[in-house]
Design a protein around this ligand. Structure first.
Ligand code: PGA
Length: 259
């Protein structure tokens, strides 16, 4: 099962994941990072900034999980822009090595296949950062997504558009379609970090970690992966039945075990 680490604050979660990313980049300077957008991963990127000082990141590669379809890449809320603003620029990564799915309408018919080919060409993702939606989605794999799915176009459910309306002037401006790595794509990454903070994510986290493995809660796909670290604050952990066991396990974790 996933290792579940319950931390006091999102900043603690960010530090924990950032430390692991630094270890990875030090051992593998051309590491392939799986990047997520949204509010959840921000503490990771913030914690990374000082930690990467003095470390050569010129060869670090990255793949974002998803992108809106039909959005102008220059739009401030396109995930290309978000990744540039929140990850590439502050961390000093080479933008030519950081990829987002191509949401342009002209090439959308083969954009999924192209993205899969680029990930394969890079040798796969070493460490994937994931948030989870209140719908239970990871990436933009909404309920009902196949566990075998690869990068493709999906229709966002209304709840996701409501959740993401805060980034736009109004909900009408939130695109209806997205292109997202599939659950099958995500499951191929070598180490998954699923993060969640706040009470609004408690149900999705309980379902993903302890619920039945079901396409109705796409985050539950993590139970099929052999190396998953779930990092949550107390509020997001509040519906986990075995929270005490996770705390006990982490408190008694042998130093040699690693994350
Ligand atoms: P959030 O979104 O990090 O902005 O809460 C998570 C998600 O929708 O996957």
């Amino acid at each position: 099962m996933a290792e579940v680490v319950i931390v006091p604050t999102p900043a603690d979660a960010g530090a924990l994941v950032a430390d692991e990313i630094v270890r990875l980049v030090q051992s593998r300077p051309d590491a392939v990072l799986g990047l997520a957008t949204g509010s959840t991963p921000l503490p990771v990127y913030e914690a990374l900034r000082p930690r990467l000082d003095g470390i050569d990141v010129s060869r670090v590669r990255g793949f974002a999980l998803d992108e809106y379809v039909g959005i102008d890449p220059q739009h401030p809320e396109s995930y290309r822009s978000v990744i540039t603003r929140e990850v590439v620029e502050p961390l000093g990564l080479d933008p030519r090595l950081i990829h987002t799915p191509n949401g342009a309408l002209e090439t959308i018919a083969h954009a999924g296949e192209d993205y899969e080919a680029a990930i394969a060409e890079a040798g796969g993702v070493d460490l994937q950062i994931l948030g989870i939606g209140t719908s239970g989605h990871i990436g933009f794999n909404e309920p009902g997504s196949s566990f075998a799915s690869r990068t493709r176009v999906k229709t966002l459910i209304e709840q996701t558009r409501v959740d993401n309306a805060r980034f736009f002037d109004s909900i009408d401006d939130v695109p209806m379609h997205c292109i997202t790595q599939g659950l099958g794509t995500i499951l191929r990454a070598r180490h998954l970090f699923l993060l969640a903070f706040g009470e609004a994510k408690a149900e999705a986290i309980a379902g993903a970690v302890e619920g039945p493995v079901t396409a109705s809660l796409p985050g539950s796909a993590i139970q099929l992966h052999e190396h998953v670290t779930v990092v949550v604050d107390e509020a997001a952990a509040s519906r986990l039945r075995h929270a005490d066991y996770y705390r006990y396990t982490y408190a008694h974790k042998p130093a040699w075990q690693g994350l």
